[in-house]
Design a protein around this ligand. Structure first.
Ligand code: NAP
Length: 309
């Protein structure tokens, strides 16, 4: 009997659906050594951002599949998986709309000062002191997308509908009539008002949005990040936000989540979201379904739906 081990915090619906497939459950990878019958585990349904690497895989000698819940699989060491003949799958596309929606919402919230304006109304200042101060027009600006992949493209499409001129960085030029490709992020940042980061995470993109990129964006620039905390040099970002070297940021992802750097809490030019880009009932249901479909395909011996290695 093949054995599925579901690792991570699952919703009640996902838990029930995984249990119906016969899964056993574990809160996080640190408990792996104590799993009963771990020698029999052939498939892991993985959810979370804690590293899952060679050490964890070696505790599961019969492992053939790690089905990740989420499109970003930077927590999983895919090279170690491939070296052991373990397949990895993710959940692409089903979350593009929600993540792109949140990116645009954070840009609008930051530019239109919606958090501060809301506090102005709620606190009674509106009644006592009058109109909220004028803020900043966002439509019609120039947007720079760092990473024009599945989610980046959805963000660009939305911003184009906001009458923006679209620029982007990717490792090679895409078929994007009317949009401007930049081969390096400094050139992109120089050209735009807003920088929206939609790169993959992981070692290769660590600190990709560097101090130099932020300096090139300049004091009216707004940074939005829905990718991973690792893709921006976070110390440089905090310095730039504190000094006014850039105007503001909208951030869904951070280093050391959820224990984020407390310097962020003191800043009133940052919109902070608790890594909830794909966090809607509808999209999380679709992600769970795709994860389980990959597990079922693996157990049934048919082709994996969304393999990454
Ligand atoms: P994707 O389609 O694979 O696009 C990734 C982009 O990253 C591509 O533009 C790709 O550039 C670029 N890239 C990859 N490796 C690179 C490297 N070494 N150097 C520079 N650029 C590189 O991925 P996606 O589906 O759009 O997802 C993007 C990321 O969003 C995920 O990996 C995940 O981390 C994050 N995400 C966050 C949330 C959230 O809740 N905030 C939700 C879902 C996803 P090329 O076009 O040149 O290949």
């Amino acid at each position: 009997m093949p054995k599925i081990l579901a690792i991570g915090p699952y919703s009640d619906d996902d838990h029930a659906a995984l249990a119906a497939l016969g899964a056993a459950f574990l809160d996080g990878p640190e408990g792996l050594g104590d799993v009963a019958e771990r020698d029999a585990v052939t498939a892991v349904a993985y959810k979370g951002h804690k590293p899952f690497g060679a050490a964890q895989m070696d505790l599961l000698p019969a492992l053939g599949l790690i089905a990740n819940y989420g499109v970003g699989y930077d927590a999983i060491d895919t090279a170690a998986a491939s070296a052991r003949g373990v397949k990895v799958t993710n959940t692409p596309d089903v979350l593009n709309d929600d993540v792109a929606d949140l990116a645009v919402a954070m840009l609008l919230m930051q530019g239109r000062e919606m958090e501060k304006a809301s506090a102005w109304a709620r606190s009674g200042d509106w009644k006592a002191k009058g109109e909220y101060r004028l803020n900043r027009k966002i439509s019609g600006g120039t947007a720079g997308i760092v990473g024009l992949g599945r989610i980046g493209r959805e963000i660009a499409d939305r911003l184009a509908a906001f009458k923006m001129d679209i620029h982007y960085f990717a490792r090679s030029e895409k078929d994007t009539p009317g949009w401007t490709w930049h081969a390096d992020p400094v050139s992109l940042a120089k050209a735009v008002d807003y920088l929206v980061v939609a790169l993959v995470g992981g070692k290769d993109t660590e600190g990709f949005v560097s101090k130099e990129v932020l300096a090139a964006l300049g004091p009216r620039g707004i940074v939005v990040n829905i990718s991973r905390g690792t893709t921006i040099d976070e110390a440089a970002l905090l310095d730039a936000l504190e000094s006014g070297a850039i105007a503001g940021a909208g951030l869904d992802v951070f280093l050391n989540e959820p224990a984020i750097d407390p310097r962020f809490y003191a800043l009133d030019n940052v919109v902070i979201q608790p890594h909830q880009g794909s966090g809607t009932v509808e999209t999380r249901a679709a992600m769970g379904q795709l994860q389980r479909d990959n597990v079922s395909a693996f157990l049934g011996g048919s082709g994996l739906l969304t393999p990454v290695n």
